[in-house]
Design a protein around this ligand. Structure first.
Ligand code: NAG
Ligand code: NAG
Length: 214
């Protein structure tokens, strides 16, 4: 607080000097200050050094302010997006998409091969299976796009249980957004349902999920 008062005095004096547009032949100036007991004091400053002193003082206050703010900004980011960018310990989350259009056999698991995000290595691009790394509530989404003149039926599966169906027809998409209560090691995947149908690749079909809360 005292430092801030002094800084303010510096600024006022400087502004006053420049405002008057005059250079006194003496390079020092008297600055009235108040101490903690509101007793008047007089400080003598060499104004030729004022710029430099100001620069150092301002740089220090700015640095102090930034140093104080960084941890708070970091905390806000962590609370906002659930993990600290660049750190390994993250909220489990994945997003994958399908590169090549393909014909699906009956009961074939759709393997979304292109990984965009795989925090905690929870999704396998070899098997197309997401494995819950911890027990909790998860948001799971998939969008599957049917190829030209083709139907497309894909179910979302949890372990060995069929959950919900996504359906598309002739370049339309079927989309699922579900919240699932999963236990550690539960698996979730998208599995083709019937007949020989084609799913559109070109990153138009996607599979993603993340942990909402443990
Ligand atoms: C400026 O003030 C200082 C401090 O009071 C004094 O020692 C010095 O002689 C003064 N210089 C001139 C040029 O008046
Ligand atoms: C979960 O899977 C891991 C890795 O396969 C295994 O080590 C662990 O025992 C499993 N835990 C449960 C509760 O199934």
């Amino acid at each position: 607080m005292v430092l801030r008062g002094i800084l303010l005095q510096f600024l006022v004096i400087t502004i006053m000097k420049y405002a008057k547009g005059q250079n006194s032949d003496n390079s020092s100036t008297e600055i009235p200050l108040l101490d903690n007991l509101n007793m008047p004091l007089v400080a003598l400053f060499d104004t030729t050094k004022l710029n430099q002193v100001l620069k150092v003082a301002i740089k220090k206050s700015v640095e102090d302010a930034i140093n104080e703010m960084i941890p708070r900004i970091k905390q806000a980011v962590i609370e906002d997006i659930g993990y600290e960018p660049g750190r390994k310990r993250e909220r489990p989350a994945f997003t994958a998409s399908l590169t090549l259009t393909k014909s699906l056999a009956i009961n074939e698991v759709v393997v979304f091969d292109k990984i965009w995000l795989n925090m905690g290595e929870v999704y396998s691009q070899d098997t197309g299976v997401f494995t819950a790394p911890k027990t909790g509530l998860y948001s799971i989404s998939t969008t599957v796009m049917a190829y030209h003149n083709s139907y497309l039926h894909c179910n979302l599966w949890k372990n060995n249980e069929k959950v919900v169906l996504a359906f598309g027809n002739d370049l339309s998409t079927g989309t699922l957004n579900v919240v699932m209560a999963l236990k550690l090691n539960d698996t979730v995947y998208v599995k083709h349902h019937t007949g020989s149908e084609r799913i559109y690749g070109d990153q138009r079909s996607t599979f993603s999920g993340y942990l909402i809360t443990e």
